[in-house]
Design a protein around this ligand. Structure first.
Ligand code: FES
Ligand code: FES
Length: 164
């Protein structure tokens, strides 16, 4: 039995310790925001936050996640009350098919919690491991800048719930 803390809640998982975190999130916990894209750490669709940093959940066995807080896109807000980064992606209409977006949002969240006022170069570098097959990269970059401004205006880099 392995205990995985996701979005502040402990879950006891009875399975192979080598099972990728992504499978547990989607199949056991019904947290379907993180997506399976490549399964090889090459696309970023599965990105979540672990210990405050962006990570590919397709590559991480649950045995390595025990005792480390996991945050998924579901932990940032709800459809009714989106988080700041989620709201910025909505405002910039950054999604086309949407498959990459949960991973993009988690990567942006991790960046802005560490670096509240990132340069364009820092944003591009932080977002680079996540790919968008639809090619909405420019809108995604605008969304990250918008989220950074909104977080600074709110006086916090860790706010997850939008003020409106
Ligand atoms: S599914 Fe994890 S990086 Fe592609
Ligand atoms: S919006 Fe379709 S893959 Fe990014």
């Amino acid at each position: 039995m392995i205990t995985v803390n996701v979005n502040g809640k402990d879950h006891h998982v009875d399975g192979d310790p080598a099972t990728p975190l992504l499978y547990v999130l989607r199949e056991d916990l019904a947290l379907n925001g993180a997506k399976f894209g490549c399964g090889l750490g090459q696309c970023g669709a599965c990105t979540v936050m672990i210990d405050g940093s962006a990570a590919f959940s397709c590559l991480l066995p649950i045995s390595l996640v025990q005792g480390r807080p996991v945050k998924t896109v579901e932990g940032l807000g709800t459809a009714e009350r989106p988080g700041v980064v989620q709201q910025a992606f909505i405002d910039e209409q950054a999604a086309q098919c949407g498959y990459c977006i949960a991973g993009m949002i988690m990567r942006a969240q991790a960046l802005l919690e560490r670096t509240p006022n990132p340069s364009d170069a820092q944003i591009r570098s932080a977002m680079a491991p996540s790919l968008c097959r639809c090619g909405t990269h420019m809108r995604i970059l605008r969304a990250v800048r918008r989220a950074a401004e909104a977080m600074r205006a709110a006086g916090t880099s860790t706010s997850t719930v939008a003020s409106r």
